[in-house]
Design a protein around this ligand. Structure first.
Ligand code: IPE
Ligand code: IPE
Ligand code: MG
Length: 255
C-alpha cells in the first residue's frame, strides 16, 4: 500500500526526528476512556471494547518507554466503576491478569517496574494475586514505572489519608504539631507517596473531566483531551499529546 495521507507522512517524518522533542513530561497520566462507545459503534458488547482497550494499553506503554517518560499512570478502574453491571465488572476484574499474562514478559524485557495506586484489598483474589506477582517480579527494574490505578478514587484517597494521619497523630507516630502540618507531609499519606505529580494528563473519548482521578496531584498538570476512543489509541496519539505539551507555558502561579 503506497497511498498515504500527506498529514501522516509529515507526522512520520516528525516521528523520525522525535529525538528533537525537547520537553518530555516526566510523569504522564492517562484516563483511558471510551471502550464502551468503541464497541457500541461496531455493534459489539461493551466488554469487547475493554478487551480491545488492553492492546491500546500496551501501545501506550510502548510509546511512553520509547519517549523516555519516567512514570506512566493509567486509570484502569475507578471506585465508581462498581456501579456497572456485575458481568462488566467481572470482565474488567479479569483484565489485569490477562494483560499481565500476555505482556509481563515484554514489560520485563523493557525493564518496566509495575506498581498500583488504589484499594486493592477489595478486589477479587485472582486480580490481587496477578498484580502482586507482577509487582514482585518487576520490583528491581529501574526503567519506567508503570503505575495502574485500580479501584482508585481521589476523594477516597484523601479521606483515607486524613484518617491515617489522625491515627498516626494520636499514636504519636508523627512528630509534628497540627499547626505545622504542610502539603508535603500530607501528600506522604496519599497512594502516590514518593511519585512526582503528573506533568501531563491525557483523557481519551472526548470527555473533559477528571472523574475523581488524581485531584490533589493534578493541581498544576497540563491537560490534553482527544476525541480518540481508547481502543483506537496509538503511538501517534501519544506523540500528538507530547507535541502539544511542547507549547505549554507552565507558570505555577508565577509570571
Ligand atoms: C473506559 O471505558 C474503561 C473503564 C472505565 C473501565 P468506558 O467503559 O468508560 O467506555 P465508555 O465511556 O462507556 O465509552
Ligand atoms: C473514568 O472513566 C474511569 C476510568 C477510565 C477507569 P469513566 O467512564 O468511569 O468516567 P465517567 O463516568 O464518564 O465520568
Ligand atoms: Mg467512560
Amino acid at each position: 500500500m503506497s497511498f498515504r495521507l500527506p498529514f501522516l507522512r509529515k507526522r512520520e517524518k516528525e516521528f523520525q526526528e522525535s529525538g528533537k522533542l525537547k520537553n518530555i513530561p516526566s510523569h504522564v497520566a492517562i484516563i483511558m476512556d471510551g471502550n464502551g462507545r468503541w464497541a457500541k459503534r461496531r455493534g459489539f458488547p461493551r466488554v469487547a471494547g475493554h478487551k480491545e482497550g488492553m492492546e491500546a494499553t500496551q501501545r501506550a506503554v510502548r510509546a511512553a518507554t520509547k519517549y523516555h517518560v519516567d512514570t506512566l499512570t493509567l486509570f484502569a478502574f475507578s471506585t465508581e466503576n462498581w456501579k456497572r453491571p456485575t458481568s462488566e465488572v467481572d470482565f474488567l476484574m479479569r483484565l489485569p491478569k490477562e494483560y499481565l499474562h500476555i505482556y509481563l514478559p515484554e514489560l520485563m524485557e523493557k525493564n518496566v517496574r509495575i506498581d498500583t495506586i488504589g484499594d486493592l484489598a477489595h478486589l477479587p483474589k485472582h486480580t490481587r494475586e496477578a498484580v502482586k506477582n507482577a509487582k514482585e517480579q518487576s520490583k528491581d527494574n529501574d526503567g519506567m514505572l508503570l503505575n495502574f490505578a485500580i479501584n482508585y478514587g481521589s476523594r477516597l484517597e484523601i479521606v483515607r489519608a486524613v484518617k491515617q494521619l489522625i491515627k498516626d497523630y494520636k499514636d504519636n507516630q508523627i512528630a509534628i504539631k497540627i499547626d505545622d502540618l504542610d502539603e508535603e507531609t500530607f501528600s506522604k499519606y496519599l497512594y502516590t507517596n514518593g511519585l512526582s505529580d503528573p506533568d501531563l494528563l491525557i483523557r481519551t473519548s472526548g470527555e473533559q473531566r477528571l472523574s475523581n482521578f488524581l485531584l490533589w496531584q493534578c493541581a498544576y498538570s497540563e491537560f490534553y483531551f482527544t476525541d480518540v476512543l481508547w481502543p483506537d489509541f496509538t503511538e501517534e496519539v501519544f506523540y500528538e499529546a507530547l507535541l502539544d505539551y511542547q507549547k505549554r507555558k507552565r507558570r505555577y502561579g508565577g509570571i
